[in-house]
Design a binder for this molecule. Structure first.
Ligand SMILES: NC(=O)c1ccc[n+]([C@@H]2O[C@H](COP(=O)([O-])OP(=O)(O)OC[C@H]3O[C@@H](n4cnc5c(N)ncnc54)[C@H](OP(=O)(O)O)[C@@H]3O)[C@@H](O)[C@H]2O)c1
Length: 252
């Protein structure tokens, strides 16, 4: 297997951190970027403790100057857009500025970062862009729309970009990894603003669904990053992937 230079966003915690470590363990050169400088320092320390070599720096994808840092790395083979924020609430009442800011991070910032990486990849006529979307971007759940709508948009955009890269003959691959529910703390933070019956409903939903280990989704991310011809979609855990397929066949 050829070793690659892989940059991942939001690698300070959760699935991003586990993926960065897994890719470094497999011998890739990993550039694990984080939301804050503190996360970057902690990540570097944890990597060193585990005898792993990785570069790390703060890259807040919502800050244009931070995104520009990508220009210092013209040799990136794989960009993994993992950074994201979540929020819940009813579309009947949610503050639209909140929704706008989630779109700003999860969709627009990820796409703007991707455009920088793509210009280098297209010049080199090779590369892979992986978007970490969500099964919440395939099947809509009441009270999760402020977050889920951004993932629907991201999944749709990634599919379009994949077709465009093929038609334009750029040699660049675009892939989606769509995690089901995993217990990283992301979902609990996302529903923390809710109260009463809505909060109880969402808590019960995640308690029932969340996979405790991120191993299955990290495996998907590694596959998408390493493949010479990555699939459009990687979904895990398998039983949630099956659930999504059934719900979509039923027209949900
Ligand atoms: N866990 C799940 O059930 C689940 C399901 C489907 C999809 N996903 C997706 O999987 C990805 C990773 O989520 P996770 O579960 O591992 O949660 P997580 O630990 O919260 O990971 C998200 C990371 O993104 C960072 N981030 C947020 N805003 C950022 C910004 N502007 N610039 C750079 N980094 C930023 C976060 O930093 P802070 O902690 O400082 O905010 C955090 O380190 C996300 O795209 C999420 O939507 C997760």
């Amino acid at each position: 297997m050829a070793h690659k230079t892989i940059l991942i966003t939001g690698a300070g915690s959760g699935i991003g951190k586990e993926s960065a470590f897994a890719l470094a363990r497999r011998g890739h050169r990993v550039i694990a970027t984080t939301h804050t400088q503190e996360q970057s320092d902690a990540l570097a320390q944890e990597a060193a403790k585990n005898n792993l070599v990785l570069d790390s720096f703060k890259l807040d994808i919502a800050i244009p100057e931070d995104r520009e840092l990508l220009k210092k790395y013209p040799d990136i083979d794989v960009l993994i857009n993992n950074a994201a924020i979540g929020e819940s609430g009813s579309l009947a009442t949610v503050n639209m500025n909140t929704v706008r800011s989630i779109f700003e991070t999860n969709l627009f910032s990820s796409l703007e970062l991707t455009q920088i990486a793509l210009s280098n990849m297209a010049q080199r006529r090779s590369g892979t862009v992986v978007f970490i979307s969500s099964t919440a971007g395939r099947v809509m759940m009441p009270f999760l729309a402020p977050y889920a709508m951004t993932k629907f948009a991201l999944s749709g955009g990634a599919e379009a970009l994949r077709g465009e890269m093929r038609i334009l003959g750029t040699g660049v691959h675009v892939s989606l990894v769509e995690p089901g529910a995993y217990h990283t703390g992301f979902n609990q933070r996302m529903i923390a603003s809710q109260q009463g019956a809505v909060r109880e409903r969402l808590e019960a939903f995640f308690k029932l669904l969340e996979a405790q280990s991120t191993t299955s989704i990290v495996r998907c991310i590694v596959r998408a990053a390493e493949s010479k011809n990555p699939k459009l979609r990687y979904i895990a855990p398998w039983w949630q992937a099956l659930g999504v397929r059934i719900l979509r066949i039923l027209g949900k």
